[in-house]
Design a protein around this ligand. Structure first.
Ligand SMILES: [Zn+2]
Length: 326
């Protein structure tokens, strides 16, 4: 993804279809069927970290490579092992001098028949080049993407694992977008999410809202309120950041606005018209960390405490949304 410095035109008038969930304070349950409060299960820090390590064991995961194929097979099997229904959506991506490379969005559905649905998303590909690496000789080599790709996928898998053990009264679609991170200055980012947003895996598919996780495990990470997220799904941004503060994670979730980041959520918001927020590492100035698109984006950049904070906050968000208490 990249930081957008231009102002984009919104061609649609956004309407959140705002459901006002205000509840009366009345404790009289005889007239309403009050939903039981969901208990938020704890995530395992070791488990989510091991999911990053496992991805790195396949090497770099650039579409069209052996590491990418191995990763796809593992990811599909892993989702199935947690009892989810899995759909693999194939498309062709052309990027960085490569043409029509087979690429795959992977959609894993929990409680597929539930009418009320949310999306948790991340990109699973890793970048073909390291254009920001200080060593020019290494700039044309693919990065490991421990944080850029690996962390978001790991968090989603851990949430999936937890939800497979502690049932939730909600449909959750985990979407792993491919070919997100192969763009250039002129564009061509987020190919998989554009494809899915135009061709959802089910006809007429929709969800109430969603969360995109990208760059969620690096040392020194902070998460600010990003502009596209605020514009299309501001009420959810506020709810997530408020909850993070209640949970004691205010040192990571900073209640401060930053500018636009052109990431997968842009297309889900504008094409699929599903409100989606992006939890993504930015500096207070709205920039990426120094390791971004360099070979420092390897296992050494991962901070278990950061990974835990984002994974636990996202888990709590979804459980609380399921019982109406978010
Ligand atoms: Zn990237």
């Amino acid at each position: 993804m990249r930081i957008s410095v231009f102002l984009f035109l919104f061609l649609i008038v956004f309407n959140t279809g705002c459901k006002d969930d205000k509840k009366s304070d009345s404790k009289d349950v005889s007239t309403e069927t009050s939903k039981q409060k969901a208990v938020v299960p704890p995530i395992s820090t070791d488990s989510v970290y091991s999911f990053v390590e496992k991805q790195l064991s396949f090497g770099t995961r650039v579409p069209g490579t052996e590491g990418h194929k191995k990763m796809k097979d593992w990811l599909v099997e892993k989702c199935k092992s947690f009892g989810l229904e899995v759909e693999v959506q194939e498309f062709k991506a052309s990027f960085l001098g490569k043409k029509d490379v087979p690429s795959y969005n992977i959609i894993a559905s929990l409680n597929p028949d539930h009418e009320k649905r949310v999306i948790l998303a991340a990109h699973w590909d890793t970048r073909l080049i390291a254009e920001k690496d200080p060593d020019p000789a290494k700039q044309n080599k693919p990065i490991m993407g421990a944080d850029d790709g690996g962390s978001g996928v790991a968090a989603l898998l851990e949430i999936m694992r937890v939800m497979s053990e502690k049932p939730i009264d909600l449909g959750v679609d985990f979407i792993f977008f491919d070919a997100e991170d192969q763009g250039e200055d002129g564009g061509n980012w987020c190919i998989g999410s554009q494809y899915w947003s135009k061709n959802p895996h089910q006809k007429g598919y929709t969800a109430e809202w969603g969360i995109l996780l990208d760059l969620v495990g690096a040392k020194g990470a902070t998460f600010h309120k990003e502009e596209i997220s605020r514009y299309f799904a501001g009420k959810y941004v506020d709810k997530v950041w408020d909850l993070a503060h209640k949970m004691g994670y205010e040192k990571y979730f900073i209640k401060q606005n930053v500018g636009q980041i052109h990431d997968d959520h842009y297309y889900v918001n504008t094409i699929a018209k599903i409100p989606m927020i992006d939890i993504i590492y930015t500096t207070p100035a709205g920039m990426f960390g120094k390791y971004h698109h360099t070979h420092d984006d390897d296992i050494g950049i991962i901070d278990k405490d950061v990974l835990k904070a984002v994974t636990q906050v996202t888990t709590a968000t979804i459980y609380k949304y399921s019982d109406g208490s978010l």
